[in-house]
Design a protein around this ligand. Structure first.
Ligand code: AMP
Ligand code: ZN
Length: 472
């Protein structure tokens, strides 16, 4: 499989450290509010990646953290803890907030057919591991204590900007109103590993540590949770593109300093979902959630399809018109699948040919839009319906659009409708209407049309004569 690797900024063949074993890490949500559909774009694309790796025969173990402490409102280690902010907003405790929004996150994931990773670990479960990692970094002289906090010393590294495309100004502090310069740091790029003497005396969750009572920095949790569950090597680490710097850059710095060797080979970043104000983000106030889409009558899977139609490395502009088009496309696709008959034998040579095409698309830097096109190609293929159904179900293991289940539902609904229908009566009415029209008796013809409409019958005149169907 060819995948773009942010480490190197190029497409590379994806080769795990050990055979077909893939250790995959995903930066999880900060559970202080509902996930917006931008966050969920990232999780949808990561889900497709995981499912495709499994489909391609890899043995995947995937780990995700839940950030329930330490993520400050600015990535430059300043500002208030996001969790505390959420708790204050809702007049609840931090743990109540964390539990509520963790559950809400997984409910959203379920609606979008995003599989729960094999391991999900809240940061507050791993304080001992964080303390251990910080202690080792201090022992190895990669960290220092200043102003009561423990900092990572970035000047000890040969190369800090590992992704190569960040600028020092990204970390410039003191130039924005909401960011204050931390005078305890030796270097501008240094970051906090453990807070004790922070400005936030009211921090709700605090733990004892060799450096005093305090709480962990945000970056340490991902390094530590990954190493706890995946060991010293990670094959692929994922997140939204805003995580690349400083979060992932700092994760690499501290993990490799701690381990003494390369940690993670491949970095997979999903570009942002945008709205007319730019990057969708919670700090801008209003944001779109899956529940809101449902309240507006949208099937969450139409949003999943909306995401699959575009490449993960391109920013994606959200608007309702495009989503409406996707809904139409999804329903049409499902209706076409509902018309397939489950009979005959699978033609394996044809199936192999289409599977190869699907793999070729997905192997090309996870081209989900081409992967989706393969479903349409199958519908047009010169093969029997059994083979088509088999292939669509197979691709949907990765795409997860519930195509077969939705088609079954449409079929069942159509059958119920047809079972309730008095065919003889409808045909009698249509014959009477035809006669009335021939007699130019428009009043009778209109009355019959209304009667048919009340029975949800749509009459169509075509060059082949009059046909009818029951409206869905
Ligand atoms: P957070 O809950 O803020 O820690 O973010 C969860 C995930 O969503 C991270 O991987 C972010 O990089 C990602 N993310 C944040 N905003 C967006 C966006 N507008 N589009 C896509 N992904 C995003
Ligand atoms: Zn992370």
């Amino acid at each position: 499989m060819i995948l773009y690797n942010t480490l190197g900024n190029e497409k590379q063949e994806f080769i795990p450290f050990e055979g077909n074993k893939v250790r995959m890490y995903t930066c999880g949500p900060t559970v202080y509010h509902y996930a917006h559909i931008g966050n969920l774009r990232t999780y949808i694309m990561e889900d497709v990646l995981e499912k495709y790796l499994r489909y391609a025969g890899y043995d995947v173990k995937r780990v995700m953290n839940i950030t329930d402490v330490g993520h400050l409102s600015s990535d430059a280690d300043t500002g208030e803890d996001k969790m505390l902010k959420g708790a204050k907003r809702e007049k609840k405790t931090v743990l109540e907030i964390a539990k509520f929004y963790t559950d809400a996150f997984f409910e959203d994931c379920k609606k979008l057919n995003i599989k729960t990773p094999d391991v999900v670990e809240p940061a507050t479960n791993c304080i001992a591991e964080f303390i251990d990692m910080v202690s080792v970094l201090l022992e190895k002289d990669y960290a220092y204590i200043s102003g009561g906090n423990v900092y990572f010393d970035t000047s000890k590294l040969d190369k800090y900007y590992v992704f190569g495309n960040q600028k020092e100004e990204d970390l410039e502090v003191g130039v924005r109103d909401d960011v204050e310069e931390d005078l305890a740091k030796k270097n501008k790029t240094d970051f906090v590993l453990w807070f004790t003497k922070s400005k936030f005396d009211d921090q709700e969750l605090k733990w004892d540590s060799p450096w005093g009572i305090g709480y962990p920095g945000w970056h340490i949790e991902c390094s530590s949770i990954s190493i706890k569950h995946l060991g010293e090597y990670c094959d692929i680490h994922c997140g939204g593109v805003d995580n690349a710097f400083p979060h992932h850059t700092n994760e690499i710095a501290q993990s490799e300093a701690y381990l003494g060797h390369q940690w993670c080979k491949h970095w997979f970043h999903v570009l942002h979902l945008l709205d007319r104000r730019g990057k969708m983000s919670k700090s801008k106030g209003e944001f779109l959630t899956v529940s809101l889409l449902q309240e507006k009558g949208y099937n969450p899977l139409a949003y999943r399809m909306f995401c699959l139609q575009s490449h993960y490395r391109k920013p994606l502009m959200f608007d309702f018109d495009t989503l409406d088009n996707t809904v139409t496309a999804y329903n049409k696709l499902v209706n076409r699948i509902a018309n397939l008959k489950d009979d005959g034998e699978i033609e394996t040579a044809v199936a192999d040919e289409y599977i190869a095409k699907f793999k070729e698309s997905m192997d090309n830097d996870l081209n989900t839009s081409l992967g989706l096109t393969c479903v349409y190609d199958v519908l047009k293929a010169k093969t029997n319906d059994k083979t088509k159904l088999f292939l669509i179900a197979d691709f949907d293991k990765v795409l997860s659009l519930d195509l077969i289940a939705a088609a079954e539902k449409v079929k069942a609904e159509n059958e119920t409708k047809t079972a309730d229908v008095d065919v003889a009566k409808i045909e009698e009415l249509i014959a009477k209407r035809t006669q009335a029209r021939a007699d130019k008796d428009w009043a009778t013809a209109d009355a019959i049309r209304d009667e048919l409409a009340a029975m949800h019958v749509i009459v169509k005149d075509s060059k082949y004569g009059i046909t009818w169907e029951i409206q869905n």
